[in-house]
Design a protein around this ligand. Structure first.
Ligand code: GLV
Length: 314
């Protein structure tokens, strides 16, 4: 039976360990404070580590891990960690219950845009009664950047609600009724989009991809939805494009610094909706199942999906 160390934030730690123990009744499972910065020389050397944003000291006290499970979709925090053991397979969550809520979040923003609800919210404050025909979703061009487990689900939900959907992925792939552009065709993908949705992994290549030069390609009055990572977006460029009227607004769930600092101008901008990184929170039950199934496969020396490719960066 494998030995497993679990290092996640306080509130979730006990639940994770208890639920995992049900999957592996005979396994030794050790909770580890993810934030502890001191190396414990007496720590038991585990076979597997399940982690979410742990301190680097965890890896200094775990010399013989067979695999590390990242209990989230984005592995950027680990990729940027000095001393992270890149020779140990790192496996990220794939969907694990996150994709559908994220698709709902995007659909809400898309319907809000199509129905011009942001415009009416502003007019209400001025007591202005100025009806305008809602946009027909079939005429709203939505682009989804990133067509992994999450981006694909978002694109499909938008298609199911009659939006005209484009997708952008590093390598060519097929999603029903979605016009897909590959890595070399970013400008063509962006040109004239009414709504841009970012679901990319954060890598050296995608950092700052939501910048002035790229956002300027969108249709006049376009809206941005970012639910991937704050560092994809150049904050000042967004503010400038909203200020000039090129973009009508943005729905942002992720930020360069979280919690979003008190003084950040996004808080005060009427055209920006701020949510506190809640579009895709980890679903314990689905995640435990996914990780446990993969541990069983690894124990039998069978391949698993979701292993990070360091050349790609995700
Ligand atoms: C959350 O942001 C995740 O990467 O799962």
């Amino acid at each position: 039976m494998p030995t497993i160390v679990v290092a996640v934030a306080d509130e979730a730690l006990e639940k994770w360990c208890a639920r995992l123990q049900l999957e592996f009744p005979d396994a030794a499972i050790y909770p580890r404070d993810a934030t502890r910065a001191e190396v414990d020389p007496a720590a038991v050397a585990a076979d597997y580590a399940l982690v979410w944003r742990p301190d680097a000291s965890l890896f200094a006290e775990q010399p013989r891990l067979k695999a590390i499970f990242n209990l989230g979709a984005g592995i950027d925090a680990l990729a940027q960690m000095p001393g992270f053991p890149r020779d140990v397979p790192l496996i990220r969550l794939e969907d694990a219950g996150m994709a559908q809520p994220m698709a709902s979040y995007v659909l809400a923003a898309a319907l809000r845009f199509a129905g011009r609800l942001d415009t009416y919210a502003r007019r209400q404050r001025e007591r202005r009664w100025e009806p305008k025909r809602p946009r027909n979703p079939a005429h709203v061009k939505v682009g989804v950047m990133g067509l992994g487990a999450i981006g694909r689900t978002i694109a499909q939900r938008l298609v199911a609600n009659d939006f005209a959907v484009r997708g952008y992925a590093r390598s060519p792939r097929h999603v029903d009724q979605v016009e897909v552009f590959d890595g070399s065709a970013l400008p063509a993908f962006l040109d004239g989009l009414d709504l841009l949705v970012n679901a990319l992994p954060l890598t050296a290549e995608t950092t700052g991809i939501l910048c002035r030069a790229n956002l300027q390609r969108l249709a006049d009055g376009a809206h941005l939805v970012n639910l991937a990572r704050g560092a994809h977006l150049v904050d000042d460029d967004l503010l400038e494009l909203i200020g000039s009227g090129k973009l009508s607004g943005a729905t942002l769930d992720v930020f360069r610094e979280e919690p979003l600092p008190d003084m950040h101008p996004f808080w005060r901008n009427e055209a920006i909706a701020v949510t506190p990184h809640v579009a895709g929170v980890t679903v314990l039950e689905d995640s435990v199942h996914q990780v446990a199934d993969k541990i069983r496969l690894l124990e039998r020396n069978l391949p698993v999906s979701g292993v990070v490719d360091w050349k790609r960066g995700y």
